[in-house]
Design a protein around this ligand. Sequence first.
Ligand code: ADP
Ligand code: ZN
Length: 747
Amino acid sequence: MIARVTLEIALRREFDYSIPPDLEGEVEVGSRVKVPFGAREVTGCVTALVDQSRHANLRPISKVIGGQSFITPKVLELARWIANYYCCPIEVAVKSLLPEAVRKEEAGWRERLVVRALPRESEIPKLNKRQAELWKMIQTFGQIPLRELIEKAATTADTVRRLEDKGLVSIAPEISERDPYAHEKILPTVPLPLNPEQIHALTQITRAMTKGGAANSQAVFLLHGVTGSGKTEIYLQAIAHALEQGRGAIVLVPEISLTPQTVERFKARFSSGRLQTLVAVLHSHLSAGERHDEWHKIRQGRARIVIGARSAIFAPVERLGLIIVDEEHEHSYKQEEAPRYNARDVAVVRGQMENAVVVLGSATPSLESYYNVRRGKYALLELPVRVDEKRMPVVRIVDMRKENRKQKGTPVFSEQLKEAIHKRLDESQQTILFLNRRGYSTSLQCTNCGYVAQCPNCSLALTYHRQAQQLRCHICNYQGSVPKICPEPKCGNPGIRYSGLGTERVEEMLVKLFPHARIRRMDSDTLKRKEDYRRILGDFRVGKIDILVGTQMIAKGLHFPNVTLVGIIYADLGLHIPDFRAGERTFQLLTQVAGRAGRGEVEGEVIVQAFTPFHPAIQYARRHDFTGFYEQEIEFREQLNYPPISRIALLTLKGRNEEKVEFSATHLRKELESMAGDSDGKGAPDPILAGPAPAPLARAESNYRYQIMARTKRMPRLSESLAKLSRTVSLPDGVTLSIDIDPVNLS
Ligand code: ADP
Ligand code: ZN
């Protein structure tokens, strides 16, 4: 037998190795192995077992890592699909299948020595007083970790060993699993009786799952329900159904929503009873050791439910019955480095491959998913009302152009918003203020000559951070000092000033306006450690904070009953950027932020301040009208042939020498044009090419960036051509090409 192996060192191909007799039976598809490569030994993954090789004199595999193969054949098939569709070498796709903690084997199982009392039939040997006391103590415990015993009995390891010598106790290493949630108190919960809409949705899902054995019965559902409409309860009951059928489930949530509360809801439901199983959690805040243990609980089949962020889609769950992608519209499902996969889309593919049902949930579905509903590819399930029948908050829009005429200088708080905050302070209710820009001001500008402080490495203005007294680049994190006078040699004007607005400045202005209010800011500048997030939210929950100011961090899934006012400082901040999804993103963000108000007894109010108050994204968000927004947005996408009508491949060339980058981009465009069969079958060109042009972010981290955009109706075919092209095209030294299929970030 011969094993085909991908190597972790990037070589874009697979190699054949022979299986030596002593490893026969141990090497399987998905096994991780050590193999000789040149003079070195490298790690690889077996992708196939074959009878013959085109090569003679194969070298043998040296070693198999771990007993059980790490990658199941189904997951390996998924990696192949990723490599093909997202145009990346197979070894890059395979590498992303395993968490680093599992791949690197640095943190293995944690073992500790455990002391056990041995059964005694014959006489007890002679013991001195200290030994006798210790022996008595061990007997009452039965078994106890050695270290704990030493502490409790104020004794030494030697004394315990003495008892071992006398045959009274055993001391042996045992695996002790790390449990990241060991400190959470988890009370079991039972399924809630569902309302009619929930029953309908759940029935559709479970019916599809029951049909699961039959061919082509695969089903993808889009569960569209406002926050608080009971989506999570449906997830829980659908998972129970999967477990009943002896199948497992994967739940994907955005990293930021992976709070202990979310995890607890899943653990609580399956912590006891007939369907009891371990719930494994995979995300980046765990230690390497915890991640190792959680992953192996899944691989060994002890955990049948996995909840995690993006990469949990590769969890080695066998007999997978259900995949849930919560907040499916979230851009964090897209990985911004190779392999540049979107976990939501990979979920749908995995569902197809494994005959599992896929549920995509959101209050503001992506245009892509809703379009798939309209085309009959996904089935729509709707939960139009909140479970408690609380009304959606009233949304008022303030025209900031009028405020601009009333106040001097650019207005930050309208009269209406100020009044509303005062009212909440008087009534001991809480307020959330939202501005999606951190720092103090956007830029530092000279009023005389127009000089703007720029990052030396990026084509971006530096942001002024007041507390740190620094200018910072939000791309490369360059930090510079703040000039007192204009640094232009011919100018030197002391009238240099800050323009634009960030959360830091909003906080400062609030303190002046409401000197008695307790105000806190939450953005990535104030959250230095991972506990900070929980601590600030904890303080807010118990009412120690009156006004919380923050960036999109506070937009997500938070539930505070005492928040009756949400203010959005500049709603149109993200509208006028060069990205065709700007409107969609703004609609989603406003809807999500507005959803934070009025989760308790008192009705909520949302004040949206905007300079373009009649923009459709703002108007439809005001009316909580998703389908209205969809209809007008899809028309715009159709006119311009943007996704979801077509798909995009974005090619970015980067390098320090601008001329070389531009030249390479022009050359690449010619190569793309000459690719054969460029037609959609009806005579229209496919792909449609645009560029090369400097990227919206023309320079980042000292690299010039040029882009070519290709739009197509047949992405698999284009991916194939691009993969071929990326292997054959010759680029000058210092210029690199990256290919992003279905990009979410166009800058
Ligand atoms: P979503 O995931 O859509 O935000 P949840 O499932 O979290 O909604 O439900 C919101 C709240 O309503 C939760 O506290 C949940 O326990 C409760 N809930 C959900 N379904 C029901 C139901 N059928 N009856 C009573 N309470 C429910
Ligand atoms: Zn920079």
